[in-house]
Design a protein around this ligand. Structure first.
Ligand SMILES: Cc1cc2nc3c(=O)[nH]c(=O)nc-3n(C[C@H](O)[C@H](O)[C@H](O)COP(=O)(O)OP(=O)(O)OC[C@H]3O[C@@H](n4cnc5c(N)ncnc54)[C@H](O)[C@@H]3O)c2cc1C
Length: 316
C-alpha cells in the first residue's frame, strides 16, 4: 500500500470519490481509502435526484457543474453513469410558492441555468397523469433528472483511477496525527467475518500533506478522532417503490419518461422506476438514529419499513 501522498481522501461514497477525482485532475497525488466497498454508505440508498433548483447562487453553480460533469463522464470513462435527463418539474400549490420560484429565477438566470414556467394547463397537456387541479403552476428544468448513485460513483472512481488515484477498499481510518508538517493517518485492514466487517491485525500508517474526510453518516466518529465535536445525526428517510402502474405502462408505450415530479407544498418527490413509481416523502418529525455515532457494524443496512409514519398527516 502507498504510504506517502499529497492528499488522502477518507470515504468512498459519491462525495469522497468525486473529491478524489477532482484533486487528481488538478494534478494532486491522491489516494482514497474506504472501510468497506465503494458506495457502501448512504450513497447506496439514494434515490439519485439532482435538483438544479437552489436558492443559493454558489450552490446553484455547484449543481450546474455537477449536472454538466455527469453528462461527460461516460465519454471520459466508458462507464454509463446512469444519468436520466428526464427533466424536473417542481410544482406549486400556492402563490407564495410561485413567488419563491420567481425569486429563484433571477438566481438561475445569473448562473445560466435554463428553466421554464408552466401553467397547470400546460402541465396537464404534456403529462396527463399528473393531477393539476390544486396547482398554481410549476418550474421546469428540462436539463435536470436523476442518476443511479452507485453507477455515477463507480464512473467517478474509474475516472479518478485514470487520473492516477489509488483506491484502497477495506481500509478503515482509526486515527489522525498532525506533526506540524503532515498528517500521519493510522489505518486498519477490515475483513469479512460471518457477514460482518471486522478489523484485522494488519495496520499501516499513511503520510499525507492534506486529508479530506468524506465519511457521510460516520462524521461524528471522524470528528472525535480529530478531537472535535460535530453533532451530525442521521435522520431516517424512506421511499416507496411501487409495482408497475398500468396507466404509466400504457402511457410509456408512446411517450418518454415523466420528469422527476416534486411538490414542495405536499413535500413529496416522485419519479419513474421500471414501470412503477418511486415516491419519497420529506416527513415531519422523522426520527433521528444513532445520536452518539453510527455503530461500526452498520453498513448499507435498511431500517424496518414504517409506512404508518408516512401516511398523509406526517408530511407538512
Ligand atoms: C433513502 C435515501 C434517499 C436519498 N435520496 C437522495 C436523492 O435523491 N438525491 C440526493 O442528492 N441525495 C439523496 N440522499 C442523500 C445521499 O445519499 C447522501 O447525501 C450521499 O450519499 C452522501 O455521500 P457521502 O459520500 O458523503 O457519504 P456515504 O455514501 O455515506 O459515504 C461515506 C463512506 O465513508 C466510509 N467511511 C466511514 N468511516 C470511515 C473510516 N473511518 N475509514 C474509511 N472509510 C470510512 C463509509 O463506509 C462510506 O462508504 C438520500 C439518502 C437516503 C438514505
Amino acid at each position: 500500500m502507498k504510504t506517502h501522498v499529497k492528499a488522502l481522501v477518507v470515504g468512498g461514497g459519491a462525495v469522497g470519490t468525486g473529491i478524489a477525482y477532482h484533486l487528481a485532475k488538478a494534478g494532486w497525488d491522491t489516494m482514497l481509502v474506504e472501510r468497506d466497498e465503494l458506495t457502501a454508505g448512504s450513497t447506496w440508498h439514494a434515490a439519485g435526484l439532482l435538483p438544479l433548483f437552489n436558492m443559493s447562487y454558489a450552490t446553484t453553480h455547484i449543481h450546474k457543474y455537477s449536472v454538466d460533469f455527469y453528462k461527460g463522464l461516460q465519454a471520459e470513462t466508458g462507464l454509463d453513469a446512469g444519468f436520466y435527463v428526464v427533466g424536473n418539474l417542481r410544482m406549486a400549490q400556492t402563490d407564495a410558492r410561485m413567488d419563491e420560484y420567481m425569486l429563484y429565477s433571477s438566481v438561475a438566470e445569473t448562473a445560466g441555468v435554463y428553466h421554464e414556467f408552466l401553467s397547470p394547463a400546460q402541465i396537464k397537456d404534456r403529462w396527463p397523469l399528473v393531477r393539476t387541479d390544486d396547482l398554481k403552476g410549476a418550474l421546469f428544468h428540462p436539463q435536470d433528472g436523476y442518476i443511479n448513485p452507485a453507477d455515477v460513483t463507480q464512473a467517478m472512481a474509474k475516472g479518478a483511477r485514470q487520473h492516477g488515484v489509488t483506491i484502497e477498499r477495506k481500509i478503515q481510518v482509526d486515527g489522525y496525527r498532525w506533526t506540524g508538517s503532515e498528517w500521519v493517518v493510522s489505518v486498519t485492514r477490515m475483513v469479512e467475518q460471518g457477514g460482518n466487517l471486522v478489523p484485522s491485525d494488519e495496520k499501516h500508517e499513511i503520510h499525507a500533506e492534506h486529508v479530506v474526510t468524506a465519511t457521510g453518516n460516520h462524521a461524528q466518529r471522524t470528528a472525535k478522532l480529530l478531537g472535535i465535536k460535530i453533532p451530525a445525526i442521521p435522520v431516517e428517510h424512506q421511499y416507496i417503490v411501487t409495482e408497475p402502474d398500468p396507466a404509466l405502462v400504457e402511457w410509456r408505450k408512446t411517450n418518454p419518461q415523466h420528469p422527476v415530479l416534486r411538490d414542495a407544498d405536499a413535500k413529496w418527490y416522485v419519479r419513474e422506476e421500471r414501470g412503477g413509481w418511486i415516491l419519497g416523502p420529506y416527513e415531519y418529525g422523522a426520527p433521528a438514529r444513532f445520536e452518539y455515532g453510527v455503530p461500526d457494524s452498520f453498513r448499507a443496512d435498511l431500517f424496518p419499513l414504517d409506512l404508518e409514519r408516512i401516511e398523509a398527516d406526517t408530511c407538512r
